[in-house]
Design a protein around this ligand. Structure first.
Ligand SMILES: Nc1nc2c(ncn2[C@@H]2O[C@H](COP(=O)(O)OP(=O)(O)OP(=O)(O)O)[C@@H](O)[C@H]2O)c(=O)[nH]1
Ligand SMILES: [Mg+2]
Length: 319
């Protein structure tokens, strides 16, 4: 699936992609350099939908290339066109650049039903999203207007990411192969639950941190913040002691990896485990009986047949 994100320089396109698709915090991307030409990146959104994102640096010096020698490459086979402007700039360059994009995208992709327009940075005190909306829609022919979906957003506050995620979720639902994979994963975590005293399981995609599925159905949460579990000081400390222990036992030292963490409240155990490089499982037990915890550890161990099935399904869409 090809996502093309286009729009004037400095409007927030790269910030949106990095925060929505790579689980970066806004703070971490605040000082991005301007994008030079087209930058392409492949994501597996929610672990389900393969997205090839084309981020077009908005500086004027690249525009002639986009609409010239690179035109076919840039504008053909677009499934998800996103145009991003900021809510601050209201001048006479805004509308012509927008019109040029819209007409080229529709010309090259006559079957497209929607172009998504994000009016960004509405968190700023001098944001004029209504003015910008008016500027972009004034005297638009109605057949073009009905193919445009405008949303005032803020990457800083998170509403732009929410909007992009919900658009991508609609695309997942339209594609049978994605739904097939999702149903398989749902089946697998239900099996986990059945074999683990009714503990609830949540499966998260690692790169974007978004939930793929859970035994509680689909519910919205914050994306899972850790990319890999990092407790580096403790990790090397533990490794040293482990290595010494094995030495004293005259046994072999094999690499340690921190891929599971267990937490407890007064009523539950909570476990999080990385699943290969692709996903993270989170489990909340029903009670605090040791037996319940033991069952969970059993079902998520590498040799458990249900766990092996999970890995196979996740690998199915290897990028
Ligand atoms: N206040 C505010 N600033 C934002 C928001 N989104 C992005 N920015 C800032 O706007 C600046 C430009 O963001 P980029 O993501 O690099 O913009 P871009 O559209 O990729 O720019 P080009 O690559 O040159 O086309 C950065 O300093 C961002 O931190 C937002 O929602 N609110
Ligand atoms: Mg950029």
């Amino acid at each position: 699936m090809k996502l093309l994100i286009f729009g004037p320089a400095n409007s927030g396109k790269t910030s949106l992609l990095k925060t929505a698709m790579e689980n970066s915090s806004f703070l971490a991307v605040e000082n991005l350099p301007p994008t030079r030409g087209i930058v392409r990146e492949t994501y597996l959104f929610r672990g389900l939908l393969e997205i090839s994102a084309w981020d077009a640096g908005g500086q004027q010096k690249y525009q002639d290339r986009y609409y010239g020698s690179q035109e076919e490459n840039v504008f053909s086979s677009v499934d998800l066109p996103v145009y991003m402007v900021d809510a601050i700039t209201v001048d006479d360059t805004v509308r012509p650049a927008f019109d040029r994009f819209v007409s080229k995208v529709l010309e090259k992709n006559p079957g497209l039903t929607m172009i998504y327009v994000f009016i960004n940075k509405i968190d700023l005190p001098d944001a004029k999203e209504e003015k910008v909306h008016e500027l972009l829609t004034k005297d638009l022919p109605s057949d073009v207007h009905k193919k445009l979906s405008f949303t005032p957003v803020s990457v800083k506050q998170g509403s732009a990411q929410q909007r992009l995620v919900s658009i991508c979720d609609q695309l997942i639902e339209k594609r049978i192969e994605n739904m097939g994979k999702l149903n398989k994963l749902r089946g697998i975590i239900e099996e986990f639950k059945g074999a683990a005293n009714g503990a609830d399981f949540m499966l998260f995609n690692k790169r974007d941190g978004l939930m793929i599925t859970s035994t509680l159905g689909k519910f919205s949460t914050q994306s899972l913040q850790f990319i890999t579990f990092q407790i580096s000081a403790l990790e090397s400390n533990v490794h040293e002691i482990y290595a010494r222990t094995m030495e004293l036992r005259n046994s072999k030292v094999t690499p340690l990896s921190l891929n599971t963490i267990v937490m407890e409240s007064s009523t539950n155990f909570v476990l999080a485990k990385e699943v290969e490089e692709k996903a993270t499982l989170m489990v909340v037990t029903r009670d605090k009986k040791l037996e319940s915890m033991q069952k969970v550890v059993e079902v998520v161990s590498d040799t458990n047949p249900i766990y092996e099935k999970l890995i196979n399904v996740l690998e199915f869409a290897n990028l």
